[in-house]
Write a protein of this length. Structure first.
Length: 120
């Protein structure tokens, strides 16, 4: 099964075309190497998906015939994302949700320095 179809089947991406776009823009790695959309997935491959400043990793344990229900995803792929990446994801979500009062304009230099001091 092709990499874009596999990622769509295990519900990493909402549509197959989005999966294909990510593969073409080198955001999908198999065993730490960028791949093309025609790359066939094999059992035992380690797939890394780069998203919004962090990376998620999956180990292929099976090949589905078609898109599977959310409950069955564990039969085909096991998430192996490191703790550091999960911490980075949580920090990025927190930073995205930080909001400024409406009408206060752009952040000042002091505001940016305060944001930079946050440990992530």
């Amino acid at each position: 099964m092709r990499i874009d179809k596999f990622l769509w089947c295990i519900r990493v991406f909402k549509t197959r075309s989005i999966a294909s776009q990510n593969v073409r823009s080198d955001k999908i790695l198999i065993d730490d190497a960028a791949v093309k959309t025609s790359r066939e997935v094999k059992i035992g491959d380690e797939i890394t998906v780069k998203r919004h400043g962090f990376s998620q990793s999956y180990k292929v344990v099976g090949i589905p015939k078609s898109r599977v229900a959310a409950k069955l995803v564990a039969d085909y792929a096991v998430e192996t994302t490191s703790k550091d990446e999960w911490d980075k994801r949580e920090f990025l979500q927190l930073a995205r949700n930080m909001s400024r009062q409406k009408g206060t304009g752009r952040p000042t230099k002091k505001d940016r320095r305060d944001l930079d001091e946050l440990d992530y």
